[in-house]
Design a protein. Structure first.
Length: 171
């Protein structure tokens, strides 16, 4: 695991777009998934990278110099947040690497980074229908905290569930 570099952006976009297209059929409108492109995602991500500050940590996992996973951690975006609240903004493994430990390694490194940033609580949002991801997050100590939201996608409201967990302080 290491911090994202500009030359990783295309690889991160590939992981993200292919991940969405593999994981979300039947959960979000197919028209949305079909419209996702690596080029457009990389363009938006490059714009974000150029404007980035140190508030969001982007981590990549690679094998043989190829990006195979990505995670992003930053301050919570929630209205009810506290200064010590963080948010797992993203965690993806290449679809062909799911089940190989990349996601777990990214989660461990992200949790350590949360401790280093003195976050006391982490939240994340996951699609309510994404049972595979929900199991993954529950194994990492996250639990649904009662907050829900509807995300509008191509005219369809897609339910999301907020998960949270405490982050123990560094010893």
């Amino acid at each position: 695991m290491r911090p994202l570099r500009e030359e990783d952006i295309h690889g991160v976009s590939t992981v993200r777009v292919k991940g969405w297209q593999a994981a979300y059929p039947g959960m979000v409108p197919q028209s949305y998934l079909d419209a996702l492109t690596v080029a457009e995602d990389a363009r938006r991500r490059r714009d974000m990278f150029e404007r980035a500050s140190d508030t969001v940590l982007n981590l990549v996992a690679e094998e043989d110099s190829i990006v195979v996973g990505w995670a992003a951690l930053g301050p919570s975006r929630e209205d009810d947040r506290h200064p010590q609240d963080g948010e797992l903004l993203a965690l993806y493994a290449s679809p062909d690497r799911i089940g190989t430990g990349i996601g777990r390694a990214l989660m461990r490194r992200t949790l350590t980074a949360a401790q280093e940033r003195s976050f006391r609580r982490l939240v994340l949002w996951v699609l309510a229908a994404n049972t595979r991801a929900r199991r993954f997050y529950e194994h990492a100590g996250f639990l649904p905290d009662g907050a829900t939201s509807d995300w509008p996608v191509d005219g369809v409201m897609v339910p999301e569930v907020r998960y949270s967990r405490d982050v123990p302080p560094l010893r």
